[in-house]
Design a protein around this ligand. Structure first.
Ligand code: SF4
Length: 711
């Protein structure tokens, strides 16, 4: 730490990593961030986890891209995506901004004009600002000409959003994390909260000391278990069995909230009939949790004066992810545990701005503010607002776009050109060998990023972007707090802010945008976005954000503090009621067998974030977790005849990698866990691209693998 006298300045901003959205202050000297302090934000009250406190130096890493690059004509796209990033000159040559932008814009425009508007697609980013997300989706919709725009929400909570929109008319959380202070019980399911949302977990742990009952439910043991009143370690893939057995208990034992159901819920009879078959006795052997434990937790949840459900990607990343969330909603609604302080539903959003990027319309079936592209009134409104003819059919999702890139030439919807801003599908998509083949097959790929990512190696044009502390913009956290990040340092070399680059591409696609002003016109972009989202952020002007820094939405008026708890008297559905949707048991797309006897679960770990492009370039974080590991329990180690630290080969039907074994007794029998942040052992080489049919989210949480010692 340096004394404030020695600093050039301190700049208030937001943590760039997870969806908790901790406010922080950058301490800057000579255009370098020296250290970071937690700030008294509503989501963190000055707390930071190890990533927020120590993970800032990636912005100064020598691997930063500092000049536009164009692929050398004689270098094929050979899928060698894990080269040394310092060796970029073997594949690319330096270019001026005009040369790179002209090539990118002209080629994308040429593909559109030759092959039609479905020939292009764009992946935006949940790591960027709301303004960048808004402009990016506007570019794809008005410039590329279709709704082929998506981002990593498809890979994390698409099923949660689909189920929530269907059931209660809103995809965001009903209550904020710190509302645990008003709860008597919380159910935390499919979430390693202490590892993935560490500061959110501190609210839970503190409340537990004051008497909050925490129930953890997860196939893997997690650090929150130490603070739990009850722990339900259920078999992976059986979420619906466990949750429906709880609903069965609540209805059978007369604990359902009849008044709430009568006043605010529809389709109860169908749900009641559907859960008859899910008695705890029948489901105990299915989900591996004793019937008495299911009943005890169900009773406690229903009888609690206030109870919340938190869930993470353990719930959402399945082919039955939407059904998992439908069941959780049904549990909540049948017990009447929503619409009051301490009672509600909270899908813990993963990335810093995945909530905001979705709100801003970075999804293929929705305009900003979740207005369907195939709703004629919404479609007409946006055509008038943007002054352009728009596609009225939903576009393709992340994995579908990859499939369309590999489609035969005769397919009229074959994707031939892509613009990828701040996402790394060559690491984050399932079945990476196929995803990388798809990216390599594109006629033209433009990648905009801060590092030479695995995706950038497959690009034709690479555009060097500004990192989060190098720009000004807003992000929205998991709690529906709209928060302002301010520029603290200048980008290195000739790197430019994303907002500037998007506008330059738009001009070259023939769009006549004009956003003058400081910071690439961010205030004007925000105010335009606000007009499209007036029912959510209409009361939050750019000036107000400058003053307050963080405002909860929905917030409709300038003097409105924002609603921390929503759905208090009605749901935002056509009839104001929540709609129950019965669910059935669906199996994972690929079950273990003799050849591939183990289940692979992928996820994250405390020190690393997403595909590791930032945290693995942070000295402290990489020193803490420098090596890719695969975790199994002691029994599994014994069965394999191996010890922790041994190098093994993990193999699935789709790929192979070598990795070090780690002992973790929280990992259940027959299961192996791997984080997906390590380029040298990319877990998604193994995962399955099977999709949930409703939300199109891939099944990252279950596929079959085998382990053999490295020969
Ligand atoms: Fe950043 Fe999330 Fe850690 Fe807060 S909890 S400091 S937002 S990574």
């Amino acid at each position: 730490q340096m004394g404030s006298q020695a600093l050039d300045k301190t700049v208030d901003s937001v943590c760039p990593f997870c969806g908790v959205g901790c406010l922080l202050t950058y301490k800057v000297k000579n255009n370098k961030i020296i250290s970071v302090d937690g700030r008294d934000g509503p989501a963190n009250q000055s707390r930071l986890c190890v990533k927020g406190r120590f993970g800032f130096d990636y912005v100064h890493h020598p691997h930063r891209l500092t000049t536009p690059l164009i692929r050398r004509a004689d270098v094929p796209k050979d899928m060698a995506v894990t080269r040394d990033p310092a060796d970029w000159a073997s594949v690319f040559r330096e270019a001026t901004w005009d040369e790179a932008l002209d090539l990118a814009g002209a080629t994308l425009k040429g593909l559109r004009d030759t092959h039609g508007r479905k020939a292009l697609a764009g992946f935006g980013s949940a790591k960027g600002s709301n303004e960048e997300a808004y402009l990016f989706q506007k570019l794809v919709r008005t410039g590329f000409g279709s709704n082929n725009v998506d981002h990593c929400t498809r890979l994390c909570h698409a099923s949660s959003v689909a189920a929530l929109l269907e059931g209660i008319g809103s995809g965001a959380v009903s209550n904020q994390v710190n509302d645990v202070d008003h709860a008597e019980l919380i159910l935390v399911i499919g979430s390693n909260t202490a590892g993935n949302h560490p500061v959110a977990a501190t609210w839970m742990k503190n409340a537990a000391k004051r008497g909050l009952k925490i129930v953890t439910a997860d196939p893997r043991g997690t650090d929150l278990d130490k603070h739990a009143w009850r722990k339900l370690q259920f078999k992976a893939d059986t979420d619906v069995a466990l949750i429906n057995a709880m609903i069965h208990t609540i209805i059978e034992e007369g604990l359902a909230d009849a008044a709430f159901i009568s006043a605010r819920v529809s389709n109860f009879e169908a749900l009641r009939d559907s859960v008859r078959a899910f008695s705890p006795q029948a489901m105990a052997p299915v989900c591996g949790v004793p019937a008495a434990a299911i009943r005890e937790v169900a009773r406690a949840y229903a009888r609690a004066k206030a109870a919340m459900i938190f869930w993470g990607m353990g719930v959402s990343q399945h082919v039955h992810g939407t059904d998992n969330v439908r069941s959780l909603m049904a549990l909540c609604l049948v017990a009447g545990q929503i619409g009051k302080p301490g009672s509600g539903l909270h899908p813990l959003r993963g990335q810093n701005n995945v909530q905001g990027a979705s709100d801003a319309g970075l999804i293929p079936m929705m305009f900003p503010n979740y207005q369907r592209v195939d709703d004629s009134a919404a479609h007409q409104w946006f055509e008038d607002f943007w002054g352009m003819t728009l596609d009225d059919q939903p576009g393709y999702t992340v994995v579908e776009i990859m499939h369309k890139a590999l489609a035969p030439e005769s397919d009229p919807h074959k994707v031939r050109g892509m613009y990828i801003m701040g996402e790394n599908p060559a690491m984050s998509d399932p079945d990476l060998n196929q995803a990388r083949r798809a990216l390599a097959s594109l006629s033209h790929l433009v990648v905009q990023d801060i590092f030479m990512t695995e995706t950038a190696w497959l690009a034709d044009v690479v555009l060097p972007a500004g990192a989060w502390p190098e720009k000004t913009g807003t992000v929205s956290n998991t709690d529906r707090m709209l928060q302002l990040g301010r520029q603290a340092i200048d980008p290195p070399g000739d790197a430019r802010p994303d907002l500037w680059i998007i506008q330059q591409i738009a001009h070259r696609m023939g769009l006549t945008w004009n956003y003058p002003g400081e910071n690439c016109g961010v205030a004007l972009v925000y105010e335009e976005m606000r007009q499209t989202m007036h029912t959510a952020i209409g009361g939050i002007s750019w000036e107000r954000l400058q003053r307050e820094g963080s405002v909860t939405y929905p917030c409709l008026n300038a003097d409105d503090p924002g609603l921390a708890t929503v759905f208090t008297d009605h749901f935002p559905t056509p009839d104001g009621r929540a709609h129950l949707v019965p669910t059935t048991l669906t199996l994972a797309a690929e079950k273990p067998d003799a050849a591939y006897p183990l289940v692979l679960i992928t996820g994250r770990q405390l020190e690393h974030w997403h595909t590791g492009s930032m945290t693995r370039r942070s000295a402290v974080l990489d020193a803490l977790e420098p090596v890719a590991t695969a975790s199994v329990n002691a029994g599994e180690l014994a069965r394999l005849g191996l010890t922790a630290g041994a190098m093994v080969t993990l193999r699935s039907r789709r790929g192979t990698l070598d990795v070090q074994l780690r002992r973790d007794d929280g990992t259940p029998d027959g299961t192996v866990f791997m984080p997906f942040a390590y380029r040298e052992a990319a877990a998604n080489l193994l995962t399955h691209a099977a999709l949930d049919p409703f939300a199109k989210i891939p099944e990252f949480k279950y596929c079959a693998v085998c382990i053999t010692p490295v020969s």
